[in-house]
Design a protein around this ligand. Structure first.
Ligand SMILES: *Cc1c(COP(=O)(O)O)cnc(C)c1O
Length: 385
């Protein structure tokens, strides 16, 4: 059922790889070996499954949207990752990596964060397992996301401003990698999406396959053994999307990733190397990485995970773009028709369904509702007045 493993050099087709300074190669190799061994160990899997159930609240439900489906003329099913502890899919990956780090004898986690959601999830796992935690966050983002900075500190993490470059997410990734190089003896770098050098894109995907595995069984129960016609998810780095795609890669379901028009790495980028991987990347005419711009801070990443670049290149998945205005409408549509306030990120996937509803008429679409909207309500209040 699952998507295939990358090659031994960590490639999905021509994408991926391990473009890191020599000082980090041993750390990547150690991590790959440790993950491979743990993932094959039933003891580790049981420990993680127990935490996902008793702490994170899995399995997350599958919700059929009766009223919205009628309004759109498209049968929409939601995979409810918004109901996980900390409010998004991110906890799946973070619990996996934190358990792995402890098994490797590490006592400290470092992480990057943009909007703060991955930082909060990492700080949460560190608190749970009694580990030290340091989160790098662009200075600009710290100002924009003050509430999440406070949350991380409440959870016992230290939040460090990244003051180089544009002082946003890509700079925070650079700082976190620099920290890891210097502290790898006792520190694990808990990366937040299916990006970065091998083994991260593969390992993070594996920690999120639980989404697709559950959804496949839940759809089979609802659809008389069948699968949905279309499976869709928003794409920032691409972790929630690859998690749900993994459950349907071997079926004839169409896989559709949705990017913000202002951060469309697959849709508008060209192959390049950033943060240890080769992938589609938004670059200017001089090959400099461009800043992403979207209403949703969680999708403001100029690159995309290498496996998405590969799935696009081989035509197994396709990638659509939506505008901020379409996202604002979709955010209100789900709230009004189903009583579910979505995060702005998955509202992108819904915006695509809504825009293409004529083409999707009568079909069944499974949408990964990657997170809840509480964090975005203040911003929407300002926009909607
Ligand atoms: C972080 C985040 C995303 C974007 O990350 P992916 O790796 O692309 O999944 C999407 N949705 C929510 C709710 C998030 O918090």
């Amino acid at each position: 059922m699952a998507l295939p493993e990358p090659s031994t050099s960590g490639r999905f087709g021509e994408f991926g790889g391990r473009y890191v300074p020599e000082t980090l190669v041993p750390a990547c190799l150690e991590l790959e070996a440790a993950f491979r061994e743990a993932w094959a160990d039933p003891g580790f899997r049981t420990e993680l499954d127990d935490l996902l159930r008793d702490y994170a609240g899995r399995p997350s439900p599958l919700t059929e949207c009766h009223r919205m489906s009628e309004e759109l003329g498209v049968r929409v099913l939601l995979k409810r990752e918004d109901l996980n502890h900390t409010g998004s899919h991110k906890i799946n990956n973070v619990l996996g990596q934190a358990l792995l780090a402890r098994r490797m004898g590490k006592t400290r986690l470092v992480a990057e964060t943009g909007a703060g959601q991955h930082g909060v999830a990492t700080a949460t796992a560190a608190a749970l397992l009694g580990m030290e935690c340091m989160v790098y966050m662009g200075e600009v983002d710290m100002g924009r996301q003050a509430l999440n900075v406070f949350r991380m500190r409440l959870l016992g993490a230290e939040v460090v401003p990244a003051v180089s470059g544009s002082r946003t997410l890509k700079d925070a990734v650079n700082e976190a990698m620099r920290d890891w190089v210097a502290t790898v003896e006792n520190t694990h770098y808990c990366l937040g999406s299916v990006m970065g050098p091998h083994p991260y894109p593969w390992m993070v995907r594996e920690f999120h396959t639980v989404i697709g595995t559950e959804a496949r069984a839940q759809c089979a129960a609802l659809l008389d053994g069948g699968v949905p016609d279309v499976v869709t998810a928003c794409v920032g780095g691409g972790s929630n999307a690859i998690g749900i795609f993994s459950g349907f890669a071997d079926t004839d379901a169409e896989l559709v990733g949705v990017e913000p028009a202002g951060g469309a790495a697959v849709g508008r980028g060209v192959p390049g190397v950033v943060h240890g991987m080769k992938s589609y990347l938004m670059q200017d005419e001089f090959g400099q990485v461009q800043e992403a711009q979207s209403i949703s801070a969680g999708l403001d990443y100029p690159g995309v995970g290498p496996e998405h670049s590969h799935l696009s290149a081989i035509g197994r998945a396709r990638y659509e773009q939506v505008t901020d205005a379409e996202v604002i409408d979709a955010f209100q549509l789900l709230s009004r028709t189903e009583g579910i306030i979505p995060a702005l990120e998955p509202a992108h996937a819904l915006a695509w369904i809504s825009r293409d509803r004529a083409a999707l008429a009568g079909r069944t679409v499974l949408l990964n509702l990657s997170g809840r909207g509480d964090k975005d309500v203040g911003q929407m209040m300002e926009i909607l007045g």
